[in-house]
Design a protein around this ligand. Sequence first.
Ligand code: CU
Length: 481
Amino acid sequence: MITRRNFIKTLVALSLMPKSALLAQDTNASENFAIPKLETGIREGKDVFYDLTLQAGSSNILPNLNTPTWGVNQAFLGATLKANKGDNVHIKVKNNLNETTTLHWHGMKLPAEADGGPHQPIAPNESWLSEYTIIQPAATTWYHAHQIHKTGEHVYNGLAGMFIIDDEESEVLNLPNEYGVDDIPIIIQDREFNIDGSFSYIRSRHDQMMGKSGNVILVNGVRNAVLQAKKSLLRLRILNGSNARIYNLGFDDDRDFIIIGTDGGLVEKTITTNTITLAPAERVEILLDLANGKNLKLVNKVLASSQQMGMMAEDSQAFDIFSIDASQAQSIMQEIPKTLVTHSQIDMENVNKRHFELQMTMGSQAMMSGRVFSINDKAMDMERIDEVVKAGSTEIWVVENTSMMAHPFHVHNAQFKIISNSAGIQPHEQGFKDTVLVNPGSVVEILIEFPEFKNETVAYMYHCHILEHEDQGMMGQFTTV
Ligand SMILES: [Cu+2]
């Protein structure tokens, strides 16, 4: 039942506010923290079988309103998958939606035909089997829809989840690893709502150009989320699952936290910091000490550098993301190792170099031709292979952003090292990455060791991870042969 008070509250919560204004978190309406359910599959030795269903559902995100949502084995967003390095995973994906879509394993090194990109569409009522061996170390990877021209909308509806890889090397480090207890998935997304509670996707030229940002912040699909901490040392696996928004993450008391992992897995040495910039698709694993028992909030901070980086005003507002109640946390006395793992050194001698220019063309002519977003003067074409890479080789990709806004550049089937960035390398960018934020006017060099998988006809993607940019052509294709 909609009472008058709730109706007014709901109106405030909806898009009647200026586009740039973020909905203030409502302090007297805290919600339970949601932990996506865990799918460990059915194991037969090293073979693990997963049954995933893409489904439509209804979620109670705003008070007294139902939001039609999409999910994977749940109503909104995806169950968390878990497997070990060395496992042969067999993932059956059944599409119970009434639209064709795909499911892409973001951050995974795998054969092109198992990648789940635009070349592996799953029609309604059809199933797709993705099979591969996990050849990479422990990491927080994720999965999401990747249907050509539809990725933004499908992810916005809810087709995204986490895929955690474990290995023996990380297990002996004694890091918090009890899922949902001291090892917590944090999927940060922003959404805008219509008056009836449904998601409001693109509705302006601004949304198309800048990417879709919303005025309601969700963590694992819940707004105003409050995590009741069970232990005084938490491992947070933070994924920026937003379509376009870049976050400057930190805690409201400016406390330090310890970075232990990046997109591709654990870092060699722990990094202590109090702020981290996270672009769409990037992940960071942090350790958070709650021993003082004080409650805190993960917040988006305003950085002095935001303006210089050419971010728009709406990217430089302070707001809360979620709260942690530390009052009941069981005290954990634990030594945190300073050295975690050793990364294999990649040989940089005589490697092939390729150049990628990320472009946004303004002006009416570009808009008429539909060629606003491009890489190397080309918009994405499913029929065109842009680059052919030798399987097993190492290359340097030079990514230059000649546009006026930042773009997170992502490469499928790869975990790379950033070897230079004209805008500077952040502490967490020293680890293995599959997505790197390229600021306007900047040039970033990444060193990629391509796996041995060969396929002359099925391509992998490289693209901007602002999903609206990807959908409008800021994407290209490469094969490994
Ligand atoms: Cu972009």
